[in-house]
Write a new protein. Structure first.
Lengths: 295, 264
């Protein structure tokens, strides 16, 4: 169970990145499936080559931001729909991630030899090196920074772009730039999560981001269903998303205990998310029928 | 000052849906002019406003606002010179943001947005007074999400947003068409009050002939993408709906058979 919590928290950081594009900017960005491996790849490979752990982590975030920039350029400068733009970047990242990892499908990094920020090995220890504790601190920093940023003039222009593009342009906001900034921040955060996940599990795998968007969406939706009414403040909403990811991992853990074949997990995740995405739609239809007005 | 010189715009060119929307449009406005714009459906009224605002580039001609040639500028850059209110109350405001956040966005129109805080305490006090002046009770709901407001309240808020930072030109695109008659009258009253107070150069598109005659110091009528009638000063003061319809018949060579306008 501590493992599920630690993993959930690390994926919670990733889900916050998804929240920024999906909820704040109103863009479904599939880049994250690629970025969720890029961050780890960059961080691990730099560390294997003797780079300081914090510098490696910053480089990982930076790499994620570049991926977001690429999707942003596909979308805004080349007029490709956002979903397709994300898919294109995601696909290209598969090759790029392999190239970063010396064309190997995975690369290990041993906690005994390298100063990893979080490690699975310490998950049951009652000490400051416990990954749950460290991830909580990183989460708090990420949420605080985002809370500050989305209260600034630039941050407000991003929120406005997601809320109403026509209005934003009429108020002098360059909505293309706003979207690019949002995509870069989102993917930077996802890359951070990716690097932490690589540390946690002690290796980076080229496939570790597969289906990340679905896990991110699951966390966002779970948090909306459970905390939608109580967490109104932006910072609390981000906290809710992180908790959503933890709940998701606990549920997965329970399902595995019940004897589900691990290979069927992704099918299960996809179905759960599909149902939760459909709930608002079904609810609207039901409300329309019961009020007797139709739509 | 506003100058539109020989503006042309064709939508869906070279397809079966080709539509010449603006056909050699010329218009000159002086500072402080409050011009009402009427015309049948598809006459090019809203298209003219969208051309000025830069929603899409025009095919030819030039647009000069207050001495600046904006013809090649994108929409968000022209926004520095323009205040806009739209027909759909949903278009002018961000529904998921608070009233004061919407105002703060508008207060920064045409300015570089930085990492400074998005809304300051002093600003809030200023917004409180401006909202109170609208007389709709919005000053007590500054942190309410705009999505919870009625159409009329949203239009009044959009008007305030459009003029918070004094624009060189105010574009009102049938901004009362989606409202019930009483609310429409109230929003028009607020519009006139704001325009007069700031002496704003204004283009107001309307489907209502009575409003077109009643408000502003000049009236233009459009047909098939250009202006066919331009009445100002004393002539406008003495205008009646019958005179307008006769004038339309003479200028265009057809009768003004548009119910939506007649009913106004």
């Amino acid at each position: 169970m501590p493992g599920a919590v630690a993993q959930g928290l690390i994926w919670g950081i990733m889900a916050i990145g998804v929240y920024i594009t999906y909820k704040v900017l109103d863009l479904a960005d599939l880049t994250v499936d690629g970025t969720m491996a890029t961050g780890g790849a960059v961080c691990v490979m730099l560390m294997l080559n003797g780079v300081n752990v914090w510098v490696a982590l910053l480089c990982a975030i930076f790499a994620g931001m570049i991926a977001g920039l690429l999707t942003g350029i596909f979308h805004t400068a080349m007029g490709i729909p956002p979903i397709l733009s994300g898919i294109l970047t995601q696909l290209s990242l598969y090759s790029i991630n392999l190239a970063i990892m010396d064309f190997k499908a995975n690369q290990g990094i041993a906690v005994t030899k390298y100063p990893l920020i979080v490690s699975q090995r310490n998950v049951r220890q009652m000490s400051l090196s416990n990954p749950i504790f460290i991830t909580l601190i990183i989460l708090a920093i990420v949420i605080a920074l985002l809370y500050w940023f989305f209260g600034t003039e630039i941050g407000c222009s991003l929120r406005a772009t997601g809320a109403n593009e026509a209005m934003s342009r009429a108020q002098g906001i360059n909505t293309n730039i706003a979207k690019i900034i949002g995509l870069m921040i989102s993917n930077g955060i996802v890359a951070l999560s990716s690097a932490l996940l690589a540390h946690y599990q002690g290796f980076v795998d080229v496939n570790m981001g597969r289906g990340a968007i679905v896990i991110g969406l699951a966390a966002v939706i779970i948090s909306e269903v459970i905390f939608g009414k109580i967490f109104v403040n932006f910072a609390l909403k981000l906290v809710g998303v992180a908790i959503g990811a933890v709940i998701y991992y606990i549920v997965i853990q329970v399902v595995l205990w019940l004897g589900l074949n691990t290979n069927l997990l992704k099918l299960l995740s996809a179905l759960i998310v599909a149902v939760f995405l459909a709930i608002p739609y079904w609810k609207a239809n039901l409300d329309a029928k019961s009020s007797g007005k139709g739509i | 000052m506003l100058d539109l010189k020989n503006i042309r715009k064709t939508f869906n060119a070279k397809t079966v849906n080709e539509k010449v929307a603006l056909d050699g449009l010329n218009l000159h406005l002086n500072d402080g002019d409050f011009v009402t714009v009427i015309g049948g459906n598809g006459a090019g009224k809203s298209t003219m406003l969208n051309a000025i605002a830069g929603v899409w580039p025009v095919d030819s001609g030039s647009i000069i606002i207050d001495g600046t040639d904006v013809t090649g500028l994108p929409e968000h850059k022209r926004a520095a010179l323009l205040g806009r209110v739209f027909q759909d109350p949903m278009t002018g405001t961000a529904a998921t943001m608070q009233i004061e956040e919407n105002l703060a966005l508008a207060a920064r129109r045409g300015e570089k947005r930085t990492l400074k805080i998005g809304i300051t305490k002093e600003e809030r006090e200023g917004y409180y007074e401006k909202l109170a002046a609208l007389g709709l009770g919005l000053e007590g709901r500054m942190t309410t999400k705009v999505g919870l407001l009625s159409g009329g309240q949203r239009q009044a808020l959009t008007l305030l947003m459009a003029t918070l930072k004094k624009p060189k030109l105010l574009l009102l695109d049938e901004h009362t068409a989606a409202l019930d008659p009483r609310t429409a009258a109230k929003v028009l009253e607020i519009s006139e009050q704001i325009v007069t107070e700031h002496k704003l150069m204004t283009l107001m598109v309307t489907h209502n002939m009575r409003d077109a005659i009643r408000y502003g110091n000049r009236l233009i009528m459009m047909n098939e993408g250009h202006i066919i009638l331009d009445i100002a000063g004393k002539d406008k003061e003495n205008l009646s709906i019958e005179m307008l319809m006769d004038a339309f018949a003479q200028a265009s060579g057809e009768t003004f058979a548009n119910d939506r306008i007649l009913l106004g």
